[in-house]
Write a protein that binds this ligand. Structure first.
Ligand SMILES: CC(C)(COP(=O)(O)OP(=O)(O)OC[C@H]1O[C@@H](n2cnc3c(N)ncnc32)[C@H](O)[C@@H]1OP(=O)(O)O)[C@@H](O)C(=O)NCCC(=O)NCCS
Length: 173
């Protein structure tokens, strides 16, 4: 069965929210809606939404993976914040997450963007060129994130020094 990577459409939204609810389910409280669902809902409705950077992975027209990247800044310089990203548990470990990452980076470069940051496990994101942000002079919104807050240049541009500021909905988490 072949994987399709394409831009999200409004018709995908219910599947996206359902997918994120499953991918981010908290085992100790399985009936609670994970924060990533509400965050994504707000990001999709917010001023920093970039349609080209809201990407689904489908198999037989079923959404099995999703990633959103929204406008952010480092100091006063425009940047991007990637996430949430999620893949249905049954589809994990088959390259879906990697395909979504590669496509997001390709699209960001095509849009002329110069940097992108995320919060996540370095064990997964190092392979896509992300490095701990503090080592590059980019301060995380929360210093406690340590090496889990990572950044990557796009298109060979030097990453500016400064504080990273996500799209507004992240500040309400
Ligand atoms: C993280 C996630 C998007 C990866 O998607 P995926 O389709 O499973 O990823 P791929 O199949 O492309 O890559 C699998 C590789 O990623 C690694 N990986 C997956 N999740 C990881 C994690 N949380 N930490 C470290 N490595 C991870 C796997 O060990 C595997 O490594 P290998 O290639 O060396 O064997 C997916 O596991 C997921 O949705 N997880 C739950 C939600 C989540 O945690 N999202 C990310 C928040 S930052």
């Amino acid at each position: 069965m072949s994987l399709t990577i394409r831009s999200e459409t409004p018709a995908d939204r219910q599947q996206i929210f359902g997918l994120l609810a499953i991918a981010f389910r908290v085992p100790s409280d399985p009936s609670a809606e994970p924060v990533e669902v509400g965050l994504t809902r707000e990001l999709l409705a917010g001023a920093d939404y970039v349609p080209d950077l809201s990407v689904v992975a489908t198999v037989c027209d079923v959404v099995v993976g999703y990633v959103i990247t929204t406008r952010a800044r480092i100091g006063a310089v425009p940047s991007l914040g990637l996430g949430p990203i999620g893949v249905l548990p049954a589809s994990q470990g088959h390259g879906v997450g990697s395909a979504l990452m590669v496509e997001s980076l390709r699209r960001a470069e095509a849009l002329g963007e110069t940097s992108i940051a995320l919060l996540g496990d370095p064990g997964f994101y190092h392979r896509f060129g992300f490095q701990p942000a503090t080592g590059l002079g980019v301060a995380a919104p929360d210093p406690a994130w340590g090496d889990y807050f990572m950044v990557r240049a796009i298109g060979g541009v030097t990453i500016p020094v400064g504080e990273f500021v996500y799209a507004d909905p992240f500040s309400r988490l």
